[in-house]
Design a binder for this molecule. Structure first.
Ligand code: GDP
Ligand code: MG
Length: 221
């Protein structure tokens, strides 16, 4: 894929997003496409984590990325420059993706050709948590500079996700981020949540995350 496809998504207010998401998820199972919905605040490191993840896995799996932003194609360009196929969804004013928008992205990508597809959702910890996208797993990033209290402020996001990636651990020594406090909040909100501590800058901890992904893919494909 040379040119990056830009898809202007329109929101059709679906009366039942959950039903549309369930249909999409069934299709992902049938097509054997492991779809991951990646959510985080702007700047938490979504694109950086995807680049690290793709570098670790792209020789073993066919990977595609659906980028979503209110505007611009910069993330899709970065992903494509790293040799990973991507499409860009432009959401206009919307601060989240719903199942229908994700379907447009999957169709644009030709997702049935990929074993592992990531959605880089629009950056924020509020709206994306409210919409089932049809993904197989919901993954979120919290970066160290955002602080350890965010589960208290955005409980829905931290409750909904299967995996928490704590990014920018290279900055721990510069901050008052308390890992034990953070883990305590998660233990109360979502005790089954998988937690990985990583630095998408240095690569520290990335292997724990990519090994978890390999295990998931082994059970799925
Ligand atoms: N120090 C540090 N910076 C990081 C790390 N991950 C990402 N960044 C930087 O944080 C900024 C935002 O990263 P980006 O991946 O674009 O975040 P996104 O908006 O969530 O996609 C960029 O300047 C990255 O280089 C990390 O683990 N450590
Ligand atoms: Mg990004």
């Amino acid at each position: 894929m040379d040119d990056i496809k830009l898809i202007e998504v329109k929101e059709e207010i679906l009366s039942d997003n959950d039903a549309a998401a369930a249909v999409l998820r069934e299709k992902m199972h049938a097509d054997k496409t492991f779809l991951i919905n990646l959510m985080a605040s702007p700047g938490a490191g979504k694109t950086s984590l995807l680049l690290q993840t793709a570098a670790a896995l792209k020789d073993d799996y066919r990977i595609g990325v659906i980028e979503a932003d209110i505007d611009s194609m910069v993330d899709a360009e970065k992903i494509q420059a790293a040799g990973v196929d991507s499409v860009q969804l432009r959401t206009g004013g919307f601060c989240h993706l719903d199942a229908d928008m994700v379907k447009q992205g999957l169709d644009g990508l030709g997702a049935e050709n990929y074993e592992l597809v990531f959605i880089e959702n629009v950056g924020n910890l509020v709206c994306p948590a409210e919409f089932d996208t049809g993904a197989i797993k919901d993954v979120m990033i919290l970066s160290v500079p955002e602080g350890d209290d965010k589960p208290l402020k955005y409980p829905l996001m931290f409750t909904k996700c299967d995996v928490l990636i704590i990014n920018k651990t290279d900055m721990l020594s510069l901050s008052d981020f308390n890992m034990e406090k953070l883990r305590g909040h998660i233990a109360r909100l979502n005790p089954g949540m998988q937690i990985f501590e990583v630095s998408s800058r240095t690569g520290a901890g990335i292997e724990g995350w990519t090994n978890w992904l390999r295990d998931q893919l082994n059970g799925f494909l």
